[in-house]
Design a binder for this molecule. Structure first.
Ligand SMILES: C[S@@+](CC[C@H](N)C(=O)[O-])C[C@H]1O[C@@H](n2cnc3c(N)ncnc32)[C@H](O)[C@@H]1O
Length: 291
């Protein structure tokens, strides 16, 4: 096992709060500056998904869209560019600042700091609510779902979006398996299973809408050394609950494992992330606009 991390990589670490634990919502401020560089979702595929949502009547023309857990605006800035009026909320002031900087003044997007479980918005003011990779980070996440349903007009669309498999590379899997082995099997403060969200929405009376996104997949090349560097930077909230000592041990074991591969840190794998969405319509009638 390494007692020294590989050259040029030791010591740099974002200041994840020591209190990062499963009772608190995951504020992404410590990783805000690195977020966009490490979470890459091809804009063309996202727009293709939005085209299909519009065709299914889920994105009316010039819709008012609420983006919950908006982060740096990756999901909703393309909606603003399509002429929708976006309001995004996130607990992280740093993520919101980046989103607003990208939106610029006077555009179709406004980003503010707020908790998705308690939003400063009126009842039934939005045609669409969208959440991407949020609920797993939020303790008592059903409160956020209820809050979004409150903000949604009757007949409005609830869009739960995710890119899946984007970080499912062998290095990340090795790290996760080591964490499992040390007993850290519960690593998210919020939603564990998508099925729970789907069940909650169905129980609220919302109707599921099927839109096929199966072909919206892309290729992503991952170099083991880069995947390890991202873990060293503690970029992934999934592992924030690990105490430093456990984190460092797993990191060092992972470095050993990488070095044992024939091409070591220069090993390259291709992964195939894909877009998925859970789509629901709140009971009631939306006005007749279409996109
Ligand atoms: C994985 S990021 C997703 C960001 C964005 N939706 C995207 O798809 O790129 C999760 C975001 O949720 C935010 N967040 C965590 N808990 C939250 C809460 N209770 N209310 C609002 N935002 C929250 C984090 O600060 C972070 O920006």
């Amino acid at each position: 096992m390494h007692d020294v991390l590989p050259e040029g990589t030791a010591g740099r670490r974002h200041p994840i709060p020591a209190a990062a634990n499963l009772r608190e919502t995951s504020d992404f401020s410590p990783v805000a500056a690195r977020y966009d560089a490490t979470r890459d979702l091809p804009p063309a595929l996202l727009n293709a998904a939005y085209d299909r949502f519009a065709l299914a009547g889920l994105l009316p023309r010039a819709a008012r869209v609420l983006d919950a857990g908006c982060g740096t605006g990756q999901i909703s800035l393309p909606l603003a560019a399509r002429g929708h009026a976006v309001e995004g909320y996130d607990v992280s002031p740093d993520m919101v600042r980046l989103a607003q900087a990208k939106a610029g003044p006077g555009g179709h997007a406004l980003y503010r700091v707020a908790d998705a479980r308690c939003l400063p918005v009126a009842d039934a003011g939005f045609d669409v609510v969208i959440a991407s990779k949020l609920f797993q980070h939020v303790p008592n996440w059903p409160a956020a779902v209820r809050e979004l349903l409150r903000a949604l007009k009757p007949g409005g669309a609830f869009i739960h979006l995710a890119e899946r498999g984007a970080f499912s590379n062998p290095v990340r899997r090795y790290f996760a398996a080591m964490a499992d082995g040390m007993g850290f099997t519960d690593r998210f403060p919020g939603m564990r299973r998508r099925a729970d969200l789907i069940g909650l929405l169905a129980a609220s009376g919302a109707a599921a809408v099927e839109v096929d996104l199966a072909d919206l997949a892309w290729r992503k090349t991952v170099r083991y050394g880069d995947a390890w560097d991202q873990l060293r930077e503690r970029l992934f909230a999934e592992f924030w609950c690990l105490p430093d000592a456990a984190y460092d041990q797993i990191l060092a074991d992972t470095a050993d494992w990488i070095e044992a591969q024939p091409d070591g840190r220069d090993t390259i794998v291709e992964t195939r992330p894909y877009l998925s969405a859970d789509l629901f319509r709140k009971p009631g009638e939306l006005d007749g606009r279409t996109n």
